[in-house]
Design a protein around this ligand. Structure first.
Ligand code: NI
Length: 228
């Protein structure tokens, strides 16, 4: 049994019998999320897609509470290791099996800088396989044709998560095209409505995804979904 839980913005939790994983834990800075960093007492890993504050978020605080391993690109790994966190560096194209599941970094077209403008490597998408289910988190990205390759090589995905907020990432129409390229069993929107520049209607995304023959679900903040 693998459960996917949405904590708002781009933060998703994946729980399986192999472990508990959190992606991009932006919680205390997100007034829309019902979840806070203190809600995690046990956690195996935090996976980060890139260095922006609304993705690294509460990583340090949660790691200090739980001892979770941070899996991220080499540059973010160095940055967080220097701050005393336990990290595992990877780079795009690489995959690795951990006790809690398998993680692969994929390309994403975006930026990746730290709070003081530090260079934090290339932004990434993430494929997590755990409990026999496979999830693609696209990270922050524009649309790119190689999503088709990601779907063919690393899918089929039980769920795929796409930014729809426009301005900093894909907007709805590009995200719908991304669903067509990746062809997941379930598509869900993220990275919308947290700030005024990324206002978007997730139901519009879901309607357009279903209109091209794919399954979509808009997660409420804090909602969990057991992947069938
Ligand atoms: Ni970003």
């Amino acid at each position: 049994m693998t459960t996917l839980i949405y904590h708002g913005h781009s933060c998703w939790e994946i729980c399986s019998e192999e472990g508990r994983i959190l992606i991009d834990p932006f919680l205390s800075g997100n007034s829309l999320s019902p979840t806070g960093p203190d809600d995690f007492d046990q956690l195996d890993a935090i996976v980060l897609t890139h260095g922006h504050g609304d993705h690294i978020g509460d990583t340090e605080r949660i790691v200090k509470q739980t001892g979770a391993l941070v899996v991220c690109n080499f540059e973010i790994s160095n940055y967080l290791a220097a701050r005393g966190l336990k990290t595992h560096p990877m780079q795009i194209g690489g995959g690795r099996r951990f006790p809690f599941g398998h993680v692969r970094l994929t390309i994403a077209h975006h930026g990746s800088s730290g709070p003081r403008g530090e260079y934090l490597g290339a932004p990434a998408g993430v494929v997590v396989t755990t409990g026999g289910k496979r999830i693609y988190h696209a990270g922050d990205t524009g649309l790119f044709y190689d999503m088709k390759l990601i779907g063919e090589m690393y899918g089929p995905f039980d769920a795929a998560l796409f930014p729809i907020g426009d301005n900093f990432t894909m907007g709805i129409d590009d995200a719908v095209k991304a669903v067509e390229f990746v062809a997941p069993l379930l598509a869900a929107p993220m990275h919308y409505n947290t700030f005024p520049p990324i206002a978007a209607d997730p139901d519009d995304f879901a309607r357009k995804v279903m209109a091209i023959g794919f399954n979509a679900k808009v997660f409420a903040y804090g909602e969990g979904w057991e992947l069938p």
